[in-house]
Design a binder for this molecule. Structure first.
Ligand code: NAD
Length: 296
């Protein structure tokens, strides 16, 4: 299937990156969010990220200008959806929010439109059930930061068709990404493996086996990870890590996925990582130091 017009619903951390790469590789992009302010902020971020790519000789100034003209912004879903060949939903990680958006998309998009979600953990089969076209609903899970990271985890819901999966694999390759096809079970592959490791790192700290820097250093220097698991958790957001672990805990009914009590407490305290300025580390501008107090 020929995909030309792509609608991106949600222009936050991931949505602006997804709009960026589609525009970079020649697609017409309709970027939708609830407020003009959010969209303005997203366009500024996209512009800054293109400047970074220009500084690294990945794109030219002319590429940037052409890409930006391909992005149109909308605050009304119906207007953003009517011409879409593909929609990528990148709104807040909340099942009710996503259900409502997919019900509306099913109503306003043409019959051929493929409906994808960038969800980190919500079941694609469950999201698809909000529509009358579950065979055209699929997961397209980009990684943060989207313009840099090469992986797209392509998640087949219970009813997703072979043709739709093949199209999304092809579209991902056209963005110079490497797609990997996986089935729809809690955490998919990426978070099923990553989140238990992060949770175990938090338990290691909680039980006093070692400190924050020590745990991260072991994993960086010993296992060649570019970032330690506690720093990575801060980067992802501790609330997001907790939410994903809870989806896996509920989905498998297995206590091994239950979030560590220290993670739960930190989220309750509003220490969410980089976005709140404090998680396992404290962040001030580009400086980062271990946040002082971690006790049982
Ligand atoms: P975010 O909070 O930065 O952005 C979400 C955006 O969605 C906000 O701008 C919000 O205004 C908008 N929004 C909420 N309801 C909406 C609606 N009804 N219609 C249109 N826009 C709406 O969140 P994010 O980190 O970009 O995450 C978005 C999705 O991507 C989530 O499903 C998340 O699980 C997934 N994801 C996040 C990451 C990450 O590292 N942050 C990585 C992979 C996948």
């Amino acid at each position: 299937m020929n995909i030309k017009n792509v609608t991106v619903i949600g222009s936050g951390t991931m949505g602006n990156g997804i709009a960026h790469v589609f525009a970079q590789f020649g697609y017409q992009v309709a970027l939708m969010d609830l407020s003009a302010d959010a969209l303005q902020k997203a366009l500024e971020t996209i512009s800054k990220n293109f400047d970074r790519q220009i500084a690294k000789n990945i794109v030219t100034q002319a590429d940037k200008s052409a890409a930006l003209t391909r992005i149109k912004t909308f605050t009304v879903l119906e207007q953003a959806a009517t011409n879409a060949d593909l929609v990528v939903e990148v709104a807040t990680e909340n099942v009710e929010v996503k259900h409502k958006i997919f019900t509306q998309l099913d109503q306003f998009c043409p019959p051929h439109t493929i409906l994808a979600s960038n969800t980190s953990s919500i079941s694609i089969t469950r999201i698809a059930a909000a529509t009358k076209r579950p065979e055209q609903v699929i997961g397209m899970h980009f990684m943060n930061p989207v313009p840099v990271m090469k992986l797209v985890e392509v998640i087949r819901g219970y009813a997703t068709s072979d043709a739709v999966t093949a199209t999304i694999m092809e579209v991902s390759r056209s963005l110079q990404k490497t797609p990997v096809e996986v089935n729809d079970y809690p955490g998919f592959v990426s978070n099923r493996i990553l989140m238990p490791m992060i949770n175990e790192a938090i338990y290691t700290l909680f039980e006093g086996v070692a400190g924050v820097e020590e745990i991260d250093t072991v994993m960086k220097l010993g296992m060649a990870h570019p970032m330690g698991p506690l720093q990575l958790a801060d980067f992802i957001g501790l609330d997001v890590c907790k939410a994903i672990l809870e989806v896996m805990y509920e989905g498998f009914g297995n206590p091994k996925y239950a979030p560590c009590p220290l993670l739960v407490n930190m989220v309750r305290a509003g220490h969410l990582g980089v976005k709140s300025g404090r998680g396992f580390y404290e962040y001030q501008g580009k400086d980062m130091k271990v946040a002082t107090r971690f006790v049982k």
